[in-house]
Design a protein around this ligand. Structure first.
Ligand code: BV8
Ligand code: ZN
Length: 268
């Protein structure tokens, strides 16, 4: 499928990236937005990359966010998640999250297909009001039993880990965050939806992700292989940058609201 012609820019001035992206949105029939930790950075939540230099420098996320790490020291892993959870509970969606709610509303009201697939576990897209959301790596607000997978509605932030470790009411197994750890498979059903959407969309936004973690990182490349137009929003370049029609070296919380304004003001 050829990436769709978006109509030409009639003015002689080089078109701004905002207008160009807005033009792609208008011309698209099916839009997939793919986000990573970068979309939440402006809400004050450290990304994995900064995390290496930030407070996470003490820990290695790949060790802690793993079944081996949990089996070895469940108290340390749960304490790390409790620290993240409290940070997230005190964080608000930023203008980037809100702009994606507006994009979803614009798409649904103009008969376009829309899905937001996030690698983030912070729940901020849902808190902002997005509804067509697929949380590929789970959600930090949910717990499940590490032995029998029974979901638990216990709130980790109300549990005193120094007293005891939270346990499953059914099998007494240890409870853990309902997220996908390194070395764990992603929920098949979600992955199937993600592959299908990536293969069928005609416009793919890749926002705030270093696209290093598999299998999620394959989604943008699948979309491009199938002819989708790729717009990447990231102050840094990533492996996706070289296959993108547009790389926007800007913060998502700055660029996305400007793009929405261009769409809503009928400038394109
Ligand atoms: C699996 C949830 C098998 C938990 C996460 C070698 C080669 C290939 C693969 C592997 C390999 N060795 C091991 C693997 C597999 C491994 C993997 O990919 N490892 C990588 C590191 C090489 N993958 C797995 O283990 C996956 N499972 O393979 O299982 C299997 C299959 C079947 C059955 C059984 C087993 C599971 C991976 C999921 C791990 N869980 N999160 C938690 O959060 O605690 S991953 C976590 O890191 C995130 O969810 C995300 O997916 C990933 C990367 O983070 P990003 O979101 O990209 O954030 P990052 O900090 O990296 O980048 C932020 C970006 O934002 C930057 O580019 C920055 O410039 C930009 N930015 C900053 N500010 C802004 C901004 N952009 C815009 N605006 C801003 N304001
Ligand atoms: Zn159990």
């Amino acid at each position: 499928m050829e990436s769709k012609d978006t109509g030409t820019n009639t003015s002689k001035r080089p078109e701004s990236q905002t207008l160009k992206a807005a033009r792609y949105v208008k011309a698209a029939d099916s839009i997939l937005v793919f986000t990573g930790a970068g979309i939440s950075a402006e809400s004050g939540i450290p990304t994995f990359r900064e995390a290496q230099s930030g407070l996470w420098a003490i820990y290695n996320p790949q060790e802690l966010a793993s079944p081996e790490g949990f089996d070895q020291d469940p108290y340390q892993v749960l304490s790390w998640y409790l620290w993240r959870l409290k940070l997230i509970q005190n964080s608000e969606p930023n203008p980037g999250h809100h702009a994606l709610v507006a994009l979803e509303e614009y798409c649904l009201s103009s008969g376009k297909d829309f899905i937001l697939i996030t690698q983030n576990i912070d729940g901020l897209h849902i808190k902002a009001g997005s509804s067509q959301v697929l949380e590929l790596h789970g959600n930090i607000f949910r717990l499940r039993c590490h032995s029998c997978s029974l979901p638990s509605n216990l709130n980790l932030s109300n549990h005193d880990l120094d007293q005891n470790l939270p346990r499953c009411t059914s099998c007494s197994g240890l409870l853990r965050p309902d997220v996908v750890w390194f070395g764990e498979g992603l929920p098949e059903e979600n992955l199937d939806i993600a592959w299908e959407k990536a293969a069928s969309c005609d416009l793919f936004f890749c926002i705030g992700t270093s696209t290093l973690v598999q299998p999620a990182a394959s989604l943008p490349f699948l979309a491009v292989d199938k002819g989708a137009t790729m717009i990447e929003i990231n102050p840094e370049t990533t492996p996706v940058s070289k296959v993108a029609q547009m790389h926007v070296p800007n913060l998502s919380g700055k660029f996305l609201p400007e793009m929405i304004k261009a769409i809503e003001s009928q400038q394109v």
